[in-house]
Design a protein around this ligand. Structure first.
Ligand SMILES: NS(=O)(=O)c1ccc(C(=O)NCCc2c[nH]cn2)cc1
Ligand SMILES: [Zn+2]
Length: 261
């Protein structure tokens, strides 16, 4: 189907606006973070999470990313504080990564592209559901964590990467229980925050981004494992799931605030 968006030259980020006009909006994500231009705001409060490991449900390959889904039918796993008005419910987390270790993140910091970027997606329960929340400017909050390649594997990634063998192709899903995603956070809580959008179509401009300054470190083998996912269904020719990132979008008149000095 021609409007099936993706990351190839014929359906990638340069084409998205044809079916999803918001993609050319003035509050699009990702963006480049330039330390010299951020507004240091010491009054920005710390953010907190209270995640219930029992809320984890499944891990799936949707043909574009590897996503872990949580029960968000009540305030079971929540994010609050920081720039947010009230508590936001954790719905899912997923990743974006490159075809090699030198690129793959969506946000770029002072010219640095990380190998991957983890997005923890939360929505504002003052709206009746996620579909309603994504129509509101304060509807969604995403915590972004950069993945940097180093020698030491991140043991907390083990569970996720072990499941990958069961969800190699598009549409595959496996049970994924008893997982507290806060173990994936780095030590520091320092963050940048700005108002933006989904980095995938329809690119609604409903997201308060909270980007953690400190990357987590993963090993080359762990990155290779992510790259062993395929975008095709089981019956189709193999097509590796790599480079599922959107390039930076114009910042326009948006301010990026830093919680740290
Ligand atoms: N990369 S990201 O910005 O964190 C992000 C987070 C969540 C979604 C998502 O849940 N998409 C399906 C539901 C939907 C969105 N808009 C209309 N339906 C997409 C991208
Ligand atoms: Zn994402």
């Amino acid at each position: 189907q021609s409007c099936q968006w993706g990351y190839d030259s014929d359906n990638g980020p340069e084409h998205w606006h044809k079916y999803y006009p918001i993609a050319k909006g003035e509050n699009q994500s990702p963006i480049e973070i330039n330390s010299k231009e951020v507004q240091h705001d010491p009054s920005l409060p710390p953010w907190f999470v209270g995640y219930d490991p029992g809320a984890a449900k499944t891990i799936l390959n949707n043909g574009r990313t590897c996503r872990v889904v949580f029960d968000d039918t009540f305030d079971r796993s929540v994010l609050r504080g920081g720039p947010l008005p009230g508590t936001f419910r954790l719905r899912q987390f997923h990743f974006h990564w490159g075809s090699s270790d030198d690129h793959g993140s969506e946000h770029i910091v002072d010219g640095v592209k990380y190998a991957a970027e983890l997005h923890m997606v939360h929505w504002n329960p003052k709206y009746s559901n996620f579909a309603e929340a994504l129509k509101q400017a304060d509807g969604v909050a995403v915590v972004g964590v950069f993945l940097k390649v180093g020698k030491t594997p991140k043991p907390e990634m083990k569970r996720i990467l072990e499941e990958i063998d069961n969800i190699k192709t598009k549409g595959k899903e496996a049970p994924f229980s008893n997982f507290d995603p806060s173990i994936l956070f780095p030590k520091s809580r320092d963050y940048w925050t700005y108002h933006g959008s989904f980095t995938t179509p329809p690119c609604e401009e409903c997201i308060t981004w909270i980007l953690l300054r400190e990357p987590i470190e993963v090993s080359p083998d762990q990155m290779a494992k992510l790259r062993s996912l395929s975008i095709n269904a089981e019956t189709e020719p193999v097509c590796p799931m790599v480079d599922n990132w959107r390039p930076p979008q114009p910042r326009h008149f948006r301010m990026v605030r830093a919680s740290f000095q």
